[in-house]
Ligand binder design. Structure first.
Ligand SMILES: Nc1nc2c(c(=O)[nH]1)N(C=O)[C@@H](CNc1ccc(C(=O)N[C@@H](CCC(=O)O)C(=O)O)cc1)CN2
Ligand SMILES: Nc1ncnc2c1ncn2[C@@H]1O[C@H](COP(=O)(O)OP(=O)(O)OP(=O)(O)O)[C@@H](O)[C@H]1O
Length: 196
């Protein structure tokens, strides 16, 4: 059964990605920035969505620092208080006021002015539990990214969708569902997987 299989896959790959210690995490975070600079148009973009690492995820903090230094706006996912199961993207600056969400992940506090609509985001770096070479993504199981990113497919938005992952998060072939939004590419510390 597919749901059972997804659960097992999640357990397996979450365990793998939690095996790196802090020093190794810092090294691969820098390597992932280098992969990004070599294989994406990062330096030319205006607005990029990242996330704050949780549960052994590849840490995007070097990418965030790079963006801040090059005047690229950074936004982070925030659980939408008005639309359960969805995310909104909120501007993230070094001095942003932060709060902790129900999963224990820090997110910028929403104000009247700091939400950025999906169509204004050039590239979304998604966290993931596992990926495959077809661009399928297994997340934490909340369906948040699938729901929030559905307009990319539905409305043909130009937003690039790139997964960030450790190399050990690569799966042979992941189960898929109708609502899955395939990735355009996956950045790992070692290489870039471009999905056609
Ligand atoms: N860094 C980061 N931020 C993110 C996400 C993410 O995956 N990573 N999200 C991506 O959607 C959203 C939050 N979604 C999450 C959904 C579930 C759990 C979680 O930890 N759930 C269970 C485990 C469930 C299971 O194993 O089946 C737990 O509490 O342990 C965490 C975040 C928004 N922000
Ligand atoms: N576009 C959608 N519309 C309605 N329900 C959805 C949609 N996308 C996902 N879901 C629901 O969310 C549940 C979890 O989806 P899935 O296992 O694909 O999450 P995930 O991609 O692993 O998690 P996340 O995106 O939060 O990292 C599914 O069982 C499904 O019921």
């Amino acid at each position: 059964m597919v749901p059972f299989k997804r659960k097992e896959l999640r357990q397996h790959f979450r365990k793998l990605r939690n095996q790196l210690d802090k020093e190794q995490q810092n090294i691969v975070a820098q390597a992932a920035l280098q992969t990004c600079l070599q294989t994406t148009e990062l330096s030319k973009l205006k607005t990029v969505a990242c996330y704050l690492a949780n549960d052994g995820e590849l840490d995007p903090s070097a990418i965030i620092e790079y963006c801040w230094q090059h005047n690229i706006q950074v936004v982070l996912p925030v659980l939408d208080p008005n639309n359960s199961g969805h995310l909104v993207f909120v501007e993230y600056q070094a001095n942003s006021q932060m709060q902790i969400n129900t999963y224990g992940i820090a997110e910028p506090a929403i104000t009247q002015y700091n939400q950025v609509p999906l169509q204004n985001i050039d590239l979304v770096f998604t966290p993931l539990v596992a990926f495959d070479q077809q661009g399928n993504r297994l997340g934490m199981g909340g369906g948040y990214y699938d729901r929030t990113l559905a307009p990319i497919k539905r409305n043909n938005l130009n937003t690039q969708l790139i997964g960030l992952a450790h190399n050990c998060q690569q799966a042979n072939k992941l189960p898929t569902d109708g609502w899955d939004i395939p990735l355009h590419g996956i950045v790992t510390p070692k290489q870039f997987f471009k999905i056609d």
